[in-house]
Design a protein around this ligand. Structure first.
Ligand code: TYM
Length: 334
């Protein structure tokens, strides 16, 4: 079987972007792959964080993976900080990555503007850690949302550079993985501004629907979301970003084809459409929320999942780390 690997930062609540851009796709393909899925808690501290919630947030994300339908029969779920090879390989990568590659990352530019004077060096090194997360497991594919594409390209560049600088035989040291970005849901936009992506760091709660939002919260957010005053609804109009986003959400959450939704909604006004979207959202999230409550009610269960996952992941990761260290010249015995 081919292998996939992906992860999510445990910062704040997961939202529809995380679900539709990432988790749902992992669930849909899991039967065909050996999956490695983790919580990127080392990435979560690249911006100021609260130590008292870091662990609990990671547990919550693991519970949402399982509640969304990830099965332990196909997937290994683990915590990034439990596998020390991530930090170690990240340092080796940091030393072979040109500074300007890191400075060119869109996410670095955006986040460093927001942090102002307090930009930690971790925010810059972030993609080297991400490259380590990925390359340690030699995956074939990395299923993510559109916003991670540039980081995946950098990951391939780092792997190629390491191979070029340090491979002595014909056989490359590291395997270059392919991004896997599904078109529908790859870029879920904010409910308050259809030109910006839905994001955990948006100060407005109204801008996103969280996976654990109650039906009442979902109703309230959709009622207040930004629309326009045009009559009739259609896809792919650059002058109507909110319309395209909300129709896409409805299509994906209700599992319908684009043509079907386009035909159904062509003559609708917002007053008619919003209740449809609301019900589709609630119907998609309710079963996940119920499973989530069951999973989190069982004491010790998640910790045992993570312990087993981390042990299995560490065994694989350490093989790759050993290979890279060997190639880079860390060859002395004790
Ligand atoms: P993160 O935690 O920001 O997001 C997790 C996943 O959700 C996707 N996503 C979205 N998809 C569609 N629309 C949106 N509005 C939206 N917002 C987020 C992301 O594309 C991602 O797939 N750096 C990563 C975490 C990471 C990682 C890795 C991922 C660390 N190491 C190795 C893959 C492989 C991040 O911050 O994702």
């Amino acid at each position: 079987k081919q292998r996939v690997l992906s992860g999510i930062q445990p910062t704040g609540e997961l939202h529809l972007g995380n679900y539709l851009g990432a988790i749902r796709n992992w669930v849909d393909i899991q039967q065909d792959y050996d999956s490695y899925l983790f919580m990127a808690d080392l990435h979560a501290i690249t911006v100021p964080h609260d130590p008292s919630t870091l662990g609990e947030n990671a547990r919550k994300v693991a519970a949402l993976y399982l509640a969304s339908g990830i099965s332990l029969e196909h997937a290994t779920i683990f915590l990034q900080s439990h596998v020390s090879a991530h930090s170690e390989l990240a340092w080796l990568f940091t030393c072979i990555t040109p500074l300007n590659w890191l400075e060119d990352m869109i996410q670095f530019k955006e986040k460093s503007v927001k942090q102002g004077e307090n930009v930690g060096a971790g925010l810059l090194i972030y993609p080297a850690l991400m490259a380590a997360d990925i390359l340690l497991y030699e995956p074939d594919k990395v299923p993510v949302g559109e916003d991670q594409k540039q980081h995946l390209e950098l990951t391939r560049d780092i792997a190629a550079r390491l191979n070029y600088q340090f491979s002595t035989e014909e056989k490359p040291i590291l395997k270059l993985p392919d991004p896997m970005i599904r078109k529908e849901g790859a870029r879920v936009m904010s409910l308050t501004d259809g030109t910006r992506k839905m994001s955990k760091s948006d100060p407005s709660e109204l801008s996103r629907i969280n996976m654990l939002d109650s039906p009442d919260e979902i109703r309230r957010k959709i009622k207040r979301c930004k629309t326009d005053s045009v009559r009739g609804l259609w896809f792919d109009d650059v002058d109507r970003p909110e319309c395209n986003n909300l129709l896409t959400l409805y299509m994906v959450l209700s599992n319908q084809r684009k043509e079907t939704v386009a035909a159904e909604c062509a003559d609708m006004g917002w007053g008619q459409f919003k209740p449809l979207l609301t019900e589709a959202t609630i119907a998609a999230l309710e079963p996940i929320q119920e499973k989530y409550r069951n999973i989190t009610a069982e004491p010790g269960y998640l910790d045992s999942v993570l312990q087993q996952g981390s042990e299995k992941a560490a065994a694989l990761a350490h093989q790759t780390l050993a290979k890279v260290k060997q190639a880079m010249g860390f060859t002395l015995p004790f």
